[in-house]
Design a protein around this ligand. Structure first.
Ligand SMILES: [Zn+2]
Length: 352
């Protein structure tokens, strides 16, 4: 039988020519529907007609039709693959990679100004041999208040009364967001059977605070503690002086005032000389015309606190200090409002 007279061969030729004309996925899809469509594709109809062939030709026709089906399906897969390869090749050659285009800027992350300041403060103390210790932000009342010599009826509890955590059972005023990092000083002493102790404990603290330019309800604190034989006020003074010089410049002067904190005796506040006006501007916003900027509170650890951790207060003494990290950051960059730090304004944050 001549090839042209074979209806299957004629269909094969027609189908393959029309497939080779297809230039994109859409026209290949049209071809698939036309030839292999499930209900009325031309090959589908042909396969359905096997049963109508004369009995003596039916087997040969069926075999030929199935070969044709495999041929067309294979040709379809090859066509799709060649379109995929062509598309990939075009990506490389048709300007998708234009080396003359300006690059897309990579957004660079950076540390929050308070985090930067906290790390710088910790570095300053690490250089003096202090170890960093961190602890929980959700704290037991006994650690936050009782162990820091702030009993139930103490005025400092009102001053600092804070965010309590509801518990299913027990005293509703048992667990809170810590109001200072002092509880971690207590933990360090608990874990250190014998002095010396020399640590700084950084972290976020939470207070019931009406926010304004200098107060936030969440603040970052660094507290320091040194306990050993013969630790004296002059050691505290030297340590804080060194810190002030590292953070605010070698020519800083410092001054101490008496103050009150429940866990130290005596308590002091340290101020540095105003590096903006150097005491020469009665309208200076940074020092309010006094020439001095309050930086931190400190003092000699109360003997009761030393004793309650099993240390012998007749033998060892200690000093402690607390620094508001936001306050240091405000001063170092001349920022006018503490609320900028946590308002999530990237225009502000990108400056540091
Ligand atoms: Zn000033």
């Amino acid at each position: 039988m001549p090839a042209a007279a074979d209806p299957l061969e004629a269909l094969r030729e027609e189908a393959l020519i029309s497939l080779s004309d297809a230039r994109d996925d859409a026209s290949v899809e049209l071809w698939r529907n036309h030839w292999l469509g499930r209900s009325d594709g031309r090959l589908t109809i042909l396969l359905r007609s096997i049963k109508d062939q004369p009995a003596d030709q039916r087997a040969a026709f069926g075999a030929g039709a199935n070969v044709l089906k495999v041929t067309l399906e294979t040709a379809l897969e090859e066509k799709l693959e060649s379109l995929r390869q062509a598309a990939l090749a075009r990506l490389g050659t048709e300007g998708a990679l234009d080396v003359t285009l300006p690059g897309r800027p990579q957004l660079r992350g950076r540390l929050h100004p308070v985090t930067q300041t906290m790390r710088d403060c910790l570095d300053a103390f690490a250089q003096m041999g202090f170890r960093v210790f961190e602890g929980p932000e959700v704290e037991w009342s006994k650690y936050n208040f009782d162990a820091a010599r702030i009993p139930e009826d103490h005025p400092a509890r009102d001053m600092w009364d804070t965010i309590w955590i509801d518990t299913a059972a027990g005293d509703p005023r048992e667990i809170l967001l810590r109001t200072h990092t002092t509880p971690n000083q207590i933990r360090v002493m608990e874990r250190t059977p014998e002095p010396p102790v020399r640590v700084v404990v950084p972290g976020k603290c939470y207070r019931h605070e009406a926010t304004d330019a200098t107060h936030e309800w969440m603040l970052t604190q660094i507290e320091g503690l040194a306990v050993d034989e013969g630790v004296r006020m002059s050691d505290l003074k030297g340590t804080l002086y060194q810190f002030a010089q590292t953070m605010f410049g070698r020519d800083r002067k410092i001054i101490f005032h008496h103050s009150y904190f429940p866990f130290v005796e005596p308590g002091i506040e340290m101020a540095i000389d105003c590096f903006i006006c150097r005491g020469n501007d009665s309208k200076c916003h940074t020092c309010h015309g006094t020439g001095w900027i309050e930086i931190l509170g400190a003092g000699m650890v109360h003997p009761e606190i030393i004793e309650c951790h099993g240390y012998d207060s007749s033998r060892v003494t200690g000093f402690a200090f607390g620094i508001g990290v936001e306050r240091v950051a405000l001063l170092r960059w001349g920022i006018d409002d503490i609320r900028h730090f946590y308002s999530n304004d990237l225009r502000f944050l990108r400056q540091f």
